[in-house]
Design a protein around this ligand. Sequence first.
Ligand code: ZN
Ligand code: CU
Length: 491
Amino acid sequence: MASSLIVRNATIVDGSGGPGFSGDLAVTDARITAVGTIPASSDGPNTVTIDAGGACLSPGFVDVHTHDDRALLRHPGMEFKLSQGCTSLVIGNCGFSAAPAAVGRTDPSGLIGVEPTWTDLDGFRAAVEAVRPSVNSMALIGHNSIRTLVMGEERRAPTVTELDTMRRHVEAAMGQGACGFSTGLIYRPGRWSQTDEVIELARAAAGGGGLYATHMRNEGDRLLTAVDEAIHIGRTAGLPVQISHHKSAGRRNWGRIGASLAKIDAANAEGADITLDVYPYTAGSGPMAQYFDVDNVDPELAEVIRFASCPAIPEYEGRMAVDLAVEEGVSAAAIIEKVLRSPKGDRTVCIQFIIDEADVEENLRHPLVMVGSDGIPDLKGRPHPRLFGTFPKVLAHYVRHRHVLSLEEAVRRMTSLSCDRFGFVDRGRVGEGQFADLVLFDPAAITDTATYDDPKQEATGISLVVVNGQIALRDGTHTGAGAGRFLHHNR
Ligand code: ZN
Ligand code: CU
């Protein structure tokens, strides 16, 4: 059978972490059928052939930390992901997942914001498949979403019956292909849960072979205690742990990432199974109502807030609360309070400058740290630039300019490590028989162009993105191939 796509004259960085090598690659339908020297006789009349001109051909990048559940339905072209070379995503992070749900009842807790026409993961999968998204996805099942569905906003432990209902939601999702269970223990309602509740639900995910992905209870003053809790949950429930967007937040806590990584290394040496992810920026972002008590706004946090989406006062988008405070002759905390008390104030997405650059580099130096954007796909305001820039930024800034890690190692941490960890089968490597999820980029030129002021900018230096053997992006043009698949864990 003739190949459908042949890329010649590439430097293949295959995702294993081994050195890049010169070669060609052939694809037939969805899979890679040959790597090495592909003779001209392999070209059929319908073969698309591309001369890479020596550029880097690597497995498509895997964004292990996304909040794209809704975006898959709203923006199935997923241009902000494809343009970074991303071909697969993990959705349902930080405890917020589109499934399970009650039909017509929007999850009020912050990050999903879509009106469900489904109740379970199979139903959500069918809705996503119907719009033919351009990238692959794999789902985590979220604690906050389950708890809201079963208990509303109750600030107490679940009854035996409620816990049992929540457990059955986790089991059902695992049976329908979820790759694990996620928590967001700083957020409502997860913050009202005790460790025991999380362990019980994580156990249900362990039974299905999944992992436990956690936005920990604390990422600032009590970071190390929160790491202990995550280690304890993994050990007691008997499943691997993914620590999401590892950071040490707040100026007085800067420089503590080393201590946190040392704790994780020590636990792993004693038989724990912990990995992590990080986004390559010094600011976080999320639903503002989740970070502040409106009756007692934290003045220190208010000082480092910038507005991303602010439907209550759109003129605030792209502005720092401190600058608005000077203009209006009030405190930054008063600005935050005013927004939160406005109609639609609960729909504000903010950006928080809370992370130390040296801590970002220390994370990226660690061999168990993957890359996850944590992008919030609200395209109306001025989103955090990580939504468009994460993967190119690692390659441009941390590999090319700062030499924090090698190109091959960076690619490994964006591909094979991620796929092995989250149960993407036959993905994450360039090799015969693997799915043809590919990105072709110039390592000397790739550049993230998204900035805080102008965040919705596609990266440059990526010339080709292939998803399941179909060309999804070529020389700046999105083809609309819609070849992404909603994958089952370990299948
Ligand atoms: Zn999070
Ligand atoms: Cu997140």
